[in-house]
Design a binder for this molecule. Sequence first.
Ligand SMILES: [Zn+2]
Length: 264
Amino acid sequence: MRERLYRVEAIVLKRTDHGEADRLLTLFTPDLGKMRAIAKGARKPSSRKSGHVELFAHTHLLVAKGKQLDVVTQADTLDAFLPLRENLERVGYAYYLAELVDKFSEEGTENRAVFDLLLHALAALGDATNDPDLLARFFELRVLQYVGYRPQLFNCIHCGKAIEPQENYFSAEAGGVLDPECVQTQREQIAGRAYDAQPISLNALKLLRYLQTREWGTVRGLRVAERGDAMSEVETLMLRYITHHLERNLKSVEFLREVKQPNA
Ligand SMILES: [Zn+2]
């Protein structure tokens, strides 16, 4: 049982209007996982103190247990991630990362690794020397790993053989790569249907493996020439994989497309 009043460290994933003047916060915490709480009077201009909590902010909250929803009674911001707020495109990425964490998390399920990942990623987004696209792809692979949807990229998901350096296939439904032989066999056996397998280039597979197995400190230094033309292929493929496992579309993807600088 939680105390009637308890303290919690949290990142604000989402804020929605609630009633006349309140806000409903979706929070991600290191110990309680995802949770929701009401910030009373948070939309009144005078309420700077009690429940004023910025979206994406890393905060310390004092929360009172409520009958239905708990209520934030005090909020102290640890980091508002101000540098990322100066750039609408980066705010768009922050929406995307927060929505991924929100949609892949159940309320009350602790996942410290996801909390740390999000905290570090929001800080990294504010650093202009980091490529936000590369960060988003890195984040996707990590978050999938931490919630149990790590795509298999090294062995054929069907026969288990090591993947050869050739054009292979990727299936969101099967959960990773398939070699051409297995896709062929599947097509013959099940009247043309081989999962949702789509061709994946060798460069895209290499990039995915790199993102999955390296730390951000290494990944961030990956030069454009080394990524080749694989970035957009990986983006499309990851979005398909994520949408398949969530069984729904992400709202932030459309917003991000709108605010993304055309030549970025
Ligand atoms: Zn196979």
